[in-house]
Design a protein around this ligand. Structure first.
Ligand SMILES: Cc1cc2nc3c(=O)[nH]c(=O)nc-3n(C[C@H](O)[C@H](O)[C@H](O)COP(=O)(O)O)c2cc1C
Length: 235
């Protein structure tokens, strides 16, 4: 690769960020296929390629949003329903410790702050949380599933595939938001998808063209410098 090509790759990686307001501009099906074809060059343990992707648009998208938003609103009203909406695998720890909890809080309050949502404004927080299940208005939802027989390693493989999808999308002027929020509603999601019983939901990704005028899309998150998370082991 020459230096220009290096810069293109680096730009595609560093310019990706989670977009939480999309235009309703449709995404061409061939473009989605191209993105998935490129992304499927992701590595996977012994080349098992454990990913399966559902591309949801149109009426099915509307049905998905309607069913899951209804469930989420019901959950806000009756928190005891949470037992019915357990993730199949725990994304986050049961007990948080520093520095992770600090970063999580900084992230949450940074986003809410930008949207003018203050501490204690529960209804506005709930409305913002609900935006997840409206796909932040993205016209395309990608739901990644895995066969239940596969181990934890398959989720690593699928994560690499998802990152490739997000970068390949970025290179084509599209934006994304990875969304684990949907995992709580996996029974509904899998039913609407018509997925077979041996599949689990791993993650959703909203895909579309970013709304350049929405303030939420100005939210750029920090990263630790390399020396804070790297140990060069020598001698
Ligand atoms: C697996 C995964 C799941 C995520 N789930 C959600 C989600 O449900 N809703 C959301 O708004 N952001 C979600 N995010 C986005 C993160 O908040 C975001 O990646 C992080 O704050 C870093 O910001 P950036 O993506 O803009 O660089 C998720 C990210 C990952 C990697």
């Amino acid at each position: 690769m020459n230096m220009d090509q290096v810069r293109y790759v680096d730009d595609a990686i560093t310019s990706r960020h989670s977009v939480r307001a999309f235009l309703d501009t449709p995404v061409d099906t061939q473009t989605i296929k191209d993105i998935l074809a490129v992304a499927s060059r992701a590595p996977s343990g012994t080349n098992t390629q454990p990913w399966k992707v559902y591309v949801v648009t149109g009426k099915k998208r509307a049905e998905m949003i309607d069913r899951v938003c209804t469930a989420q609103v019901e959950l806000f009203q009756k928190p005891e329903l949470a037992q019915h909406y357990q993730e199949t695998f725990a994304y986050y720890p049961e007990t948080w410790i520093s520095p992770f909890i600090d970063r999580r809080r900084e992230n949450g309050w940074g986003l809410y702050g930008l949207l003018g949502i203050q501490k204690g404004e529960k209804d506005r927080m709930a409305a913002q949380q609900l935006r997840n299940f409206q796909l932040f208005d993205a016209p395309v939802a990608l739901y990644f599933t895995v066969n239940k027989i596969m181990g934890i390693g398959a989720k690593m493989d699928i994560s690499m595939m998802i990152q490739n999808v997000m970068i390949a999308a970025k290179a084509r002027g599209l934006d994304t938001c990875p969304q684990a929020a949907w995992n709580h509603f996996h029974p509904i999601v899998l039913e609407v998808l018509g997925a077979p019983e041996d599949e689990d939901l791993v993650c959703a990704v909203a895909l579309g063209y970013a709304d350049p005028d929405h303030i939420v899309n100005t939210f750029i998150t920090p990263r630790e410098p390399v020396e804070n998370f790297t140990v060069f082991v020598d001698e």
